[in-house]
Design a protein around this ligand. Structure first.
Ligand code: GUN
Length: 292
């Protein structure tokens, strides 16, 4: 078994991004600029957004955070998005999900100018992705592709089984792995919580992408010997063992699955770190006008 080390891959790519951001600054007199909107005080969202902002500074981007409490109205939030859409100093805008129940995430997503949608959630970007056109690819699937690339893993002709069909990870991942591209060129099976014979399905995977949001969901008996295992799960449990007061678990039973796998991502230290790299790459591409 070999580890797909998110720390190694993300640091390597961030060094390249930093060099490109410096060149962009010299040429244009400005830094790539990412804006994040965070509503409420969900512990996970706080951590992710803080990490996104910190990583922007690290690679020489400008970052801005607008925080709202849970009581913000949908109209107020949409008005702020419209304002940021018009700001020519902003290259990327993300609204951290989940949002409180009274705010429609579809409305929020569609209000963001697709040319600044560095999360790749807007229907225009998803549609363009389906057609293999230049677009912002959702950050987590993009990060997974970058991880496979960093380790020179050839995915062509392999059977990729995706577990979980979320808009953010599972659905776009299934499209990307089937595209005429490398990484890609896979035969893809998209499975989810209602799939019959899930174990038999996952057992067929040369590559398994676990993105169902349940701790230790993929167990050793579900995995073909030699499979490549990508664990997208970030399941938080409170813990007295750690300083932060919580502990992270993946969707894969790492201890028992790892010995059967050819490659596997750890949690933490795997896909999570690559998601941020995907977001930074999209923001840089937006600043440079490479997509739109
Ligand atoms: N919530 C969980 N993952 C993500 C992500 O990639 N982007 C945003 N905006 N919210 C998220």
């Amino acid at each position: 078994m070999q580890l797909l080390d998110g720390k190694f891959a993300s640091e390597k790519i961030k060094t390249e991004i930093a060099a490109e951001a410096a060149a962009f600054l010299t040429q244009s007199g400005r830094k790539p600029h990412l804006v994040a909107i965070l509503v409420g005080n969900d512990g996970g969202s706080e951590t992710y957004v803080a990490s996104k902002m910190k990583n922007c500074e690290k690679v020489g981007f400008k970052s801005s955070l607008f925080r709202y409490d849970n009581s913000v109205t949908e109209a107020e939030l949409l008005a702020k998005i419209e304002e940021i859409n018009k700001d020519t100093d902003v290259d990327g805008l993300i609204v951290q999900l989940p949002l409180p129940k009274h705010i429609d995430p579809e409305k929020v997503t569609e209000t963001i100018d697709y040319r600044k949608d560095v999360d790749g959630f807007h229907p225009v970007n998803l549609g363009r992705m389906m057609r293999n056109l230049p677009c912002f690819i959702p950050a987590t699937p993009y990060g997974i592709l970058l991880m496979l690339q960093a380790y020179n893993i050839d995915t062509t002709g392999k059977h990729c089984v995706v577990v979980g069909r979320s808009n953010i990870v599972g659905s776009p991942m299934s499209i990307l792995m089937a595209r005429n591209a490398n990484p890609g060129n896979c035969t893809v099976t998209l499975t989810h919580s209602k799939t019959h014979n899930l174990k038999e399905m996952v057992l067929q995977g040369d590559i398994v992408v676990a993105a169902i949001g349940r701790k230790n969901f993929v167990t050793a008996d579900m995995v073909k010997p030699g499979a490549i295992i990508i664990d997208v799960g970030i399941n938080r449990e409170t813990s007295t063992e750690t300083k932060s007061g919580y502990k992270l678990f993946g969707d894969v039973d790492f201890e028992n699955v790892a010995p059967k796998a050819s490659w596997i991502t750890p949690v933490p230290g795997g896909v999570g770190l690559m998601t941020i790299v995907g977001l930074l790459k999209n923001t840089l591409a937006s600043a440079k006008g490479e997509i739109y």
